[in-house]
Design a protein around this ligand. Structure first.
Ligand code: AGP
Length: 609
């Protein structure tokens, strides 16, 4: 996820664009840049690092112009660096981009064949060359953009400038957000409202498949065929601060609701939609490694550790490869039996967790290959791994990890299918079934998210309790652990996750009406067993909250509160069953007035032991 800003009008563009980028920094912060059309020509300034580094770069320069583009990057193709930072230029064309171009390699080789030379590793640079190529063939600026966007596959929100057409900018939207702001003798567009609100509240959210030609006085919308569309902006009554969270109360709530997109983006260009095959060539897992593979070992912390626990069930079930899972802080201090036939998989949202870094260094010392599942491009763990599978969840600002967790699970499913197919452990038809199940998840999540009020209602009923027990069996056991972690870390309420089959070995002594028991009780091979556990708790006057699948009617009768999730393959339920627990924890924390996004004593990334 990146942030783009474009301005054209009566004022100096630079300060407006820099301010807009600062307000969009939550969308990405590993490099940024600006392009300003001045009367002395084009000035482009780009810098690896945060917006403040770019501001320091330009603050002593006089870059006066009333037309400009800006970009803050969340790297997906090409590591964070000055040369990979946007804007990207080809001849007289300058482009900023948010999204992923899926067919950029074939477009790049075709353009190379037409004499184009590339300076960066990004997919974005090919867009500038493509437009320039069409202009060189005699097309107008507008027509060249339309020709180019009709050749692109993937997601793109674009800001485009043509030096020889200084009185206009072009904005394009396809599967990545773009908002138009309508001012007086000035117009602005950006990835999100916060960058626009200080200048105007009159805005229009562009639809997919549309282009806007923007001058200081006029905004002309067309579709990708060039057909003119009416531009009907609305007056929004919203403050800049509220807008940074997209109208949500907290980043955590926003990120919970971003999960369908995060999962879709993590799957994007890794599933070949015609053959339903999984393509993880980017991870570069060699045949030699796969053929000698004896064991997989996950190392991670916190929520990422819970993803690894679920990964054990997923990979062992799908591929028959033995899987161990270690808390990184334990792994690094024991004498782990790791050898070159072990694939160590590090899971880390930030890619900077000290214990996980130490764990992969130890694993490598023992000769193990390391694959990391990371959400931050070029982070320490990503850089020190032999193979990387990035989640594309976009920046996760809230300390409580939500969209990163479900994106990590998505990556693990893709990896299991990929390895299982290459080792002939998963028949082709079964793999297609898995892929179809995964593709159906985002819309199921949308259905769950639409029922937020139900969870808020259950949270209200139970927000004053001081102890909770979370129980699950099989692949729902890591979900129970994750649900308990969410509640304790943002609401400061004691919550413990446990394998449901263990309650008779101790925890059942705690059961009372004062300690609600949350069951993750989805339909599957241990459904009858977990139903028995619910009855055992009920028989001792326990309060029962259950997360169950649609046909879990019996469970509803046994529960004091229940929430239904859509029916799917049991192996894939964690991505669904965790979301009600995220919302339950979130609403209890809001009711209890804690600092949801920055809970006490916690940090987003634990970069020290
Ligand atoms: C989860 O909500 C917490 N923020 C924490 O447990 C986190 O998952 C853990 O610190 C690991 O962080 P990482 O994924 O960035 O390595």
């Amino acid at each position: 996820m990146c942030g783009i800003v474009g301005y054209i009008g009566k004022r100096h563009a630079l300060p407006i664009i820099l301010d807009g980028l600062k307000r969009l920094e939550y969308r990405g912060y590993d490099s940024s840049g600006v392009a300003i059309l001045t009367d002395k020509g084009l000035s482009i300034k780009r810098k690896k690092g945060k917006i403040k580094d770019l501001i320091e770069l330009v603050e002593h320069e006089s870059i006066d112009g009333t037309t400009g583009l800006g970009h803050t990057r969340w790297a997906t193709h090409g590591k964070p660096s000055d040369e990979n930072a946007h804007p990207h230029r080809a001849g007289d064309v300058v482009v900023v981009h948010n999204g992923i171009i899926e067919n950029y390699t074939e477009l790049r080789s075709a353009l190379k064949g037409r004499g184009h030379h590339f300076k960066s590793e990004t997919d974005t640079e090919i867009i500038a060359h493509l437009i320039e190529d069409h202009i060189k063939s005699g097309e107008s600026f507008e027509q060249a953009v339309l020709s180019a966007v009709n050749q692109l596959k993937g997601s793109f929100a674009l800001g485009i400038m043509h030096i020889k057409t200084p009185d206009k900018l072009i904005a394009v939207r396809e599967s990545s957000p773009l908002v138009l702001g309508f001012g007086n003798s000035e117009n602005i567009f950006a990835s999100d409202m916060p960058a626009i609100l200080p200048y105007t509240n009159k805005m229009l959210f562009m639809n997919d498949g549309t282009m806007a030609v923007v001058t200081a006085d006029v905004v002309q919308l067309t579709d990708f065929s060039g057909k003119k569309l009416a531009a009907q902006p609305k007056q929004f009554d919203i403050s800049p601060a509220m807008a940074e969270k997209g109208g949500y109360k907290h980043f955590m709530q926003k990120e919970i609701f971003e999960q369908p997109h995060a999962i879709t983006d993590t799957m994007r260009d890794r599933i070949l939609f015609d053959t339903k095959e999984v393509n993880l060539a980017e991870a570069r897992i060699e045949e030699k490694l796969l053929n000698s593979l004896k064991r997989i070992n996950f190392v991670a912390c916190g929520t990422s550790y819970h993803a690894g626990l679920a990964g054990k069930y997923i990979i062992e079930e799908m591929t028959g490869i033995p899987v161990d899972v270690d808390v990184a802080s334990e792994f690094r201090y024991r004498s782990p039996l790791v050898e070159k036939e072990t694939l160590t998989i590090a899971i880390s949202q930030s890619g900077e967790t000290a214990d996980t870094i130490a764990a992969i260094r130890l694993a490598k010392k023992h000769g193990s290959s390391v694959l990391s599942i990371c959400n931050v491009m070029d982070s320490t763990i990503a850089r020190e791994s032999d193979h990387v599978l990035y989640t594309h969840a976009g920046p996760e600002i809230s300390v409580a990890s939500t969209k990163a967790f479900t994106s990590q699970l998505t990556s693990i499913y893709l990896l299991a299918i990929h390895i299982g197919r290459r080792l002939n452990r998963i028949p082709k038809q079964q793999a297609i079934k898995y892929v179809d199940t995964l593709i159906a998840i985002p819309s199921m999540l949308d259905n769950i998210l639409k029922q937020e009020d139900t969870l808020a209602g259950i949270a209200k009923e139970y927000s004053k309790h001081s102890d909770f027990l979370y129980l699950g069996r099989g692949i729902s056991y890591p979900v129970a652990l994750e649900g308990a972690l969410k509640l304790k870390e943002i609401s400061y309420i004691h919550a413990e996750g446990y394998p449901a089959g263990e309650i008779k070995h101790g925890p059942i002594a705690l059961v009372s009406p004062d300690m609600p028991v949350v069951f993750v009780a989805v339909k599957g091979r241990v459904y009858e067993k977990i139903k028995n556990n619910i009855e055992e708790v009920k028989a001792r006057d326990g309060k029962i909250i259950s997360i169950t699948t649609v046909d879990g009617e019996e469970i509803q009768k046994l529960s004091d509160a229940s929430f239904f999730i859509p029916e799917t393959d049991e192996m894939f339920t964690p991505i669904l069953s965790v979301v009600p627990l995220q919302l339950f924890a979130y609403h209890i924390a809001v009711l209890n007035g804690t600092d949801v996004d920055q809970p006490k004593n916690l940090a987003k990334s634990v970069t020290v032991e």
